[in-house]
Write a protein that binds this ligand. Structure first.
Ligand SMILES: Cc1ncc(COP(=O)(O)O)c(C=O)c1O
Length: 423
């Protein structure tokens, strides 16, 4: 499932020159199977447990085909009104399904990735700070995704200047330490809290964070890239508790919600700052609808000008799979992960490196890093399995992220057998 090609192998099989005459489709498809697919890691394989899932589905693929066939460009409302209005509408549907606060209604946008969403939120916060003539300070815990470091670099701020808020023993941002840091802070702050960290799935305590930032000049951005969509299940709504104080929130349907990458949902409570940061209007883009102020031009809510019609795939997924279908998908993975976690917990030589959150199980070997490394290698030596790793408090940790559309009990049982045998 993991491609074992060496660097340069794929290019070596491709002709140096592009074709002068059209080739038959059969030749292209045959090369797709022969040259390209062996060079791809099979993210949709049911034994893929690496990173976080990159979901897709028939409805999503169909919509991608329709999007490509329609070939439109929705940079402005006027360049494809339905693309803009459907996007606002499906993000309202998603906000409803996730139980998001009313302040986000009508204020959603689809970004290519959560990284872009975080960058946009940072730029909006900087705009707000600049309007008050102040410089922005960026704060987050060490467990915030590296997308923040990149956003800070792209925004031209000092990467080293990110103020790291300490975490507790479960890798959650410590709200008391945050309150102390904020008390010592004079100017405006961009604070990233994470609902479901990448390493261990830890949830920063959003309610306590909301209390710490109340009455302070803080732009609170919540990153729920992976875990956020679990809130389609009413019993998992807690993943978004405390979002009432957030200025922006991102979650990726392209991770766990059967919608192919790229589809990252960002909501902003007050889009004014985003628009002020990102609107540049040359004469050739001027039009009556934009001038009227009655429409959203999504080019002003993202970095690039041109944009794909991504809302169509979320619309197809929501309509053809339905909320109940999505809930069943999430529940199945959570149940599989919790069963695996219980087995790990019962094993004399295996430990849970962190409480198993939702569908992520983090495992270490009792004998330390070398033994954990052997577990990783044993699992990844099996062509039916793929897992990845992280480090927690300096220790090597094996991550099992369950989320494949075709992953069943059989596949997780197989992983467990290989893991237990290697332990
Ligand atoms: C918590 C979190 N935030 C952000 C990201 C970055 O997501 P993207 O690839 O959409 O930029 C990830 C990726 O796994 C993530 O887990």
């Amino acid at each position: 499932m993991r491609s074992d090609v060496a660097p340069g192998d794929v290019r070596a099989q491709l002709p140096a020159q592009p074709p002068e005459e059209p080739e038959p489709l059969s030749a292209v498809l045959s090369d797709l199977d022969r040259v390209i697919v062996p060079g791809l890691t099979q993210w949709q394989h049911p034994g893929f447990f690496g990173y976080f899932p990159a979901g897709t589905s028939g409805p999503s693929a169909l919509a991608e085909l329709a999007t490509a066939g329609l070939g439109g460009q929705g940079m402005l409302w006027s360049t494809s009104p339905a693309a803009t209005e459907l996007e606002t509408h499906v993000l309202d549907w998603l906000a409803e399904l996730l139980g998001l606060p009313a302040r986000f209604r009508g204020r959603g946008v689809i970004q290519d990735t959560a990284s872009s969403a975080t960058l946009c939120a940072l730029l909006a916060a900087r705009e707000r700070a600049a309007a008050g003539g102040r410089e922005l300070t960026v704060m987050a815990s060490s467990e915030a995704h590296s997308a923040l470091d990149k956003a800070v670099a792209v925004a031209g701020l000092e990467r080293e200047a990110i103020v790291r808020v300490p975490v507790d023993a479960r890798q959650r941002l410590d709200p008391a330490a945050l309150a102390d840091l904020l008390a010592a802070q004079d100017g405006p702050v961009f604070l990233v809290a994470t609902a479901g960290t990448t390493s261990t799935g830890a949830f920063d305590p959003l309610d306590a964070i909301a209390a710490a930032v109340a009455d302070r000049d803080v732009w609170l951005h919540v990153d729920g890239a992976w875990a956020g969509t679990a809130a389609v299940c009413p019993e998992l709504r807690w993943v978004g508790e405390g979002l009432g104080a957030a200025d922006s929130y991102v979650t990726n349907p392209h991770k766990w919600l059967l919608t192919a990458i790229d589809c990252s949902a960002l909501w902003v409570a007050d889009p004014t700052w985003l628009e002020r940061a990102l609107t540049v209007t040359p004469e050739y883009l001027r039009n009556a609808a934009s001038d009227s102020g009655a429409v959203i031009d999504y080019r002003d809510w993202q970095i690039g000008l041109g944009r794909r019609f991504r809302a169509l795939k979320l619309w197809f997924v929501l309509r053809l799979i339905g909320a109940e279908g999505l809930r069943a998908h999430v529940r199945r993975h959570v149940a599989l992960a919790q069963r695996l976690a219980a087995r790990v917990d019962d094993h004399p030589r295996l430990h849970l490196a962190a409480p198993a959150e939702l569908a992520l199980v983090c495992v270490t070997h009792a004998e330390g890093d070398a033994a954990t490394q052997r577990l990783l290698e044993a699992i990844n030596a099996d062509p039916q399995l793929l897992v990845t790793h992280t480090r927690v408090d300096g220790r090597l940790v094996l991550r099992v992220a369950i989320g494949g559309a075709r992953t069943t009990e059989r596949h997780v049982d197989h992983l467990w057998q290989v893991l237990a045998r290697a332990a």
